[in-house]
Design a protein around this ligand. Structure first.
Ligand SMILES: Cc1cc2nc3c(=O)[nH]c(=O)nc-3n(C[C@H](O)[C@H](O)[C@H](O)COP(=O)(O)OP(=O)(O)OC[C@H]3O[C@@H](n4cnc5c(N)ncnc54)[C@H](O)[C@@H]3O)c2cc1C
Length: 504
């Protein structure tokens, strides 16, 4: 059985194959032309994106990194299964260059990362900068397995973020940028306006909306020409021990053992602020400064993207929803309540009230408009802001989180045209996807051209992206189906701990 990182998606494909060459990929396609075929990257998606019940390919052996110098610039051709951490290390070693952007972790494969529109902060998603994609698929005329190279036009925009629907990505090509240094320091603010005002000075910044104190910690970041700080090594150690390990162990203790609503409130109001050293300015290599070890502890996440013009309203709504989930009956303002009533969502929130105490910071990252058809930041005008919500509850105690995720997604879709990340918990329906992605019809047309019979789709993408009904039992687009079977006893907790995330 195959499990994803979050252990909320498990499946058993009929065939699990690890080709060593592109020729072997083509042969596998020929040998399984009557089967549905999907590729797994590093299985770091929480959505059903990588699920395959028939043939699953693992391209980890297609991981070469080759560079060429063309007219003073460096072009990289990278095997689809190459992990991002290997890619970054090879680029640094081969030519002192790096990728145009990077996400928070470097565990993903490059093809997996672009397939869901993976992003960092202050730049486009990784998908946006891909300039060439080679895909193995079936020729529509001869029916033979062939390799198609996509370099421009709407096909490139579709292939940059395609959730595996165009075929098997074999390699990607992109222009590298010279390696650079980033300066970082933390600061605390009380209003979103102050945070956004600092963006001009710190274009790469990301920030954390802190639950239960409802203020903001900002990781101010900018590209600088200065050399690496003398204390950069110490700063890295501080980040690893204090932020990546100790803070997370405290959150896990709160979520899995203490499970007290009051302790969670106190932790975020009084203890967490003490753990963050402010105004310590440090310069280090971009890939070290822009990433963290968020993969150290198993967790689950939903991330919703809203346009800049909707960010402030969305954060206000998020605060009210979290207070409501925590048991505050008067959490919603009259305006928000009226909007929810108008959209027919008010009643659907009732099961959430008093059921879930959020226990992590809400990380908010700016993503510049992507030239893609369906990545979450695909946009012709404004940048998007991605708000992420994480739970460290035990894997069999995530009911509260799933209920919250569904309510959050439905409300933000309706109120602020919020787009859930394709690679995280993604409870979108086909109708919602249609309304959110104006270029979805064009994406469908191109996908059909590459894969007429939908052989490279699974039930989840067939349903959400193509509006086709399920072939499996159940409803895989529902968050409740994105988890393994639950233990039966935990829906009955009634004491103070019962409101803590993951406990119903
Ligand atoms: C701890 C953690 C931190 C994360 N941080 C971030 C972050 O900072 N920013 C962000 O945006 N996301 C983040 N994510 C989400 C993650 O980047 C995406 O879910 C990404 O898609 C995972 O890549 P993967 O290689 O594991 O691919 P998988 O999850 O295995 O697959 C993702 C999709 O890619 C397709 N695919 C993979 N390889 C191929 C191929 N060769 N050809 C065709 N299709 C293919 C799969 O079929 C599937 O549809 C994080 C996830 C985790 C677990």
């Amino acid at each position: 059985m195959i499990h994803n990182f979050g252990r909320n998606v498990s499946f058993t494909p009929e065939f699990c194959l690890t080709p060593r060459t592109e020729a072997e990929v083509l042969q596998i396609l020929e040998d399984h032309r009557d089967k549905r075929i999907r590729v797994a990257g590093r299985l770091h998606s929480w959505s059903e994106a990588a699920r395959s019940d028939e043939v699953l390919l693992d391209l980890q052996l297609l991981n070469s990194v080759q560079i060429e110098r063309r007219a003073g610039r460096v072009w990289a051709s990278v095997g689809a299964g190459c992990q991002i951490k290997k890619l970054l290390a090879d680029l640094e070693q081969l030519a002192k260059v790096t990728t145009p952007s990077v996400g928070l972790i470097t565990e993903q494969s490059i093809a997996g990362a672009i397939a869901t529109g993976t992003h960092g902060s202050g730049k486009h998603s990784l998908s946006h900068d891909i300039a060439e994609i080679r895909i193995a698929t079936f020729d529509p005329v001869s029916g033979q397995a062939v390799i198609r190279t996509i370099e421009d036009g709407p096909e490139l925009k579709a292939a940059r973020c395609s959730l595996g629907c165009l075929g098997v990505i074999l390699s990607v090509g992109f222009w590298c940028r010279p390696q650079y240094n980033v300066e970082e320091h933390f600061a605390r603010y009380t209003t979103i306006e102050e945070v956004l005002a600092a963006e001009d000075q710190y274009p790469l910044q990301q920030f954390y909306f802190t639950p239960w104190s409802w203020d903001f910690f900002v990781q101010h970041r900018r590209e600088v020409q200065s050399p690496r700080s003398r204390l950069a090594g110490l700063y890295r150690l501080y980040c690893l021990l204090n932020l990546d390990i100790c803070t997370h162990l405290s959150v896990i203790a709160l979520a899995q053992f203490l499970r007290s609503r009051r302790c969670i409130h106190i932790f975020f109001r009084r203890i967490l602020p003490l753990a963050v050293v402010r105004n310590w300015k440090v310069v280090d290599r971009s890939y070290r400064m822009l990433t963290m070890k968020h993969e150290l502890f198993r967790h689950i996440e939903i991330e919703v993207f809203v346009k800049r013009s909707r960010l402030s309203a969305s954060l206000t709504f998020v605060e009210q929803l979290l207070r409501y989930a925590d048991g505050d009956e008067h959490a919603f303002s009259d305006t928000v309540r009226d909007q929810l009533l108008q959209h027919g969502l008010w009643e659907s929130l009732a099961p959430l009230r008093g059921r879930f105490t959020y226990h992590y910071v809400i990380c908010v990252r700016k993503v510049l408009p992507d030239e893609t058809l369906i990545s979450m930041a695909s946009s012709d005008d404004e940048p998007y802001y991605a708000m992420s919500f994480i739970s460290f509850a035990r894997t069999d105690e995530r009911d509260g989180f799933f209920c919250f995720a569904k309510c959050l997604a439905d409300c933000l879709v309706a109120l602020d045209a919020g787009r859930p990340h394709w690679g995280k918990v993604c409870p979108l329906t086909a109708a919602q996807a249609d309304a959110l992605y104006p270029h979805l019809p064009e994406f469908r047309r191109i996908a059909h051209d590459f894969d007429e019979s939908g052989q490279f789709q699974n039930d989840w993408v067939a349903k959400v992206l193509f509006g086709r009904s399920d072939q499996r039992k159940g409803d895989p687009s529902s968050v409740h189906d994105q988890r393994p079977p639950q233990s039966p006893h935990r829906d009955h907790a009634e004491n103070e701990t019962s409101g803590v995330s993951g406990l119903a």
